[in-house]
Ligand binder design. Structure first.
Ligand code: ADP
Ligand code: ADP
Length: 231
């Protein structure tokens, strides 16, 4: 079964003062297990709305979003929690808790003390931060903070990692190293990645498939090689 299967998805934001805004219109795409699927578009194109529909943060008006075969809309709270454990998420501004150490942040999604004790050191190892367990986020570089966020996103061994502009706040060299890390994690853990970005260079570097989104619709899609081969 597909990792994510979206068909004819339409999402409208309703607001009293600004009227209705169609953020996504008739979007269809399929992410297969093992894909590194890039969704690229300008600011306001609808990319964040799309990931928020995938992890259940946002409802939708029509169409279907299935994660590993299960429709996201209408999930009971407990199933929604399970969905969030199956889909790790990383963001542009890392979203770490400043009052917690690196190890504390990575351990946040883990419920039991013994899980934290056994998993946190392995997760830190996975992202190359084993020596920084006791530091605070403010003591780290941007790239190190994103590594903490990646380790935290992997805490519950998700099948899918959703990346929303995860390298947009980083310089080009750090961007490269984070993308390399994501590719390594993909290769080593077999994790499926859905990666949202406004930067062509990012999808070129790690994605195997791509959808180009503009004003809420998909205007181009395919294998990265074919899409970039178009004049
Ligand atoms: P992107 O992630 O590609 O920048 P978004 O998904 O954030 O795009 O936004 C898509 C469109 O939906 C934009 O026109 C944006 O202004 C609008 N939008 C996003 N979130 C909301 C919201 N909560 N209420 C109303 N409109 C929104
Ligand atoms: P809190 O006590 O608020 O949950 P901590 O920062 O004490 O947060 O750590 C959370 C978890 O991370 C701990 O339960 C422990 O398993 C793990 N942990 C804490 N410090 C380290 C460390 N130096 N190395 C590896 N794991 C650690």
């Amino acid at each position: 079964i597909p990792a994510v299967e979206i068909s004819h998805l339409t999402k409208i934001y309703h607001s009293d003062d600004e009227g209705n805004k169609t953020a996504l219109s008739d979007i269809s795409l399929t992410v297969q297990p093992g894909d590194i699927y890039g969704i690229i578009g300008l600011s306001g194109a609808g990319k964040s709305t799309l990931v928020r529909c995938i992890n259940g943060l946002e409802g939708y008006d029509s169409g279907s979003v299935k994660v590993r075969g299960r429709e996201v809309k209408g999930l009971a709270p407990r199933d929604l929690r399970a969905l969030r454990q199956e889909t790790g998420m990383i963001f542009q501004h890392f979203n770490l808790m400043p009052s917690r150490t690196v190890a504390g942040n990575v351990g946040l999604p883990l419920r039991s003390r013994s899980d934290r004790r056994s998993r946190v050191p392995r997760l830190l190892d996975l992202v190359g931060l084993e020596d920084l367990a006791d530091r605070y986020p403010s003591e780290l570089s941007g790239g190190q903070q994103q590594r903490v966020a990646i380790a935290r996103a992997l805490a519950n061994s998700p099948d899918i990692l959703l990346s929303d502009e995860a390298t947009s706040a980083l310089d080009p060299t750090t961007t490269k190293s984070i993308l390399q890390l994501l590719r390594d994690l993909h290769d080593r853990l077999g994790i499926t990645i859905v990666l949202i970005t406004h930067e062509m260079s990012v999808v070129r570097q790690i994605c195997n498939k791509i959808a180009v989104i503009d004003h809420g619709t998909i205007v181009e899609r395919g294998r990265v090689f074919d899409v970039f081969a178009n004049p």
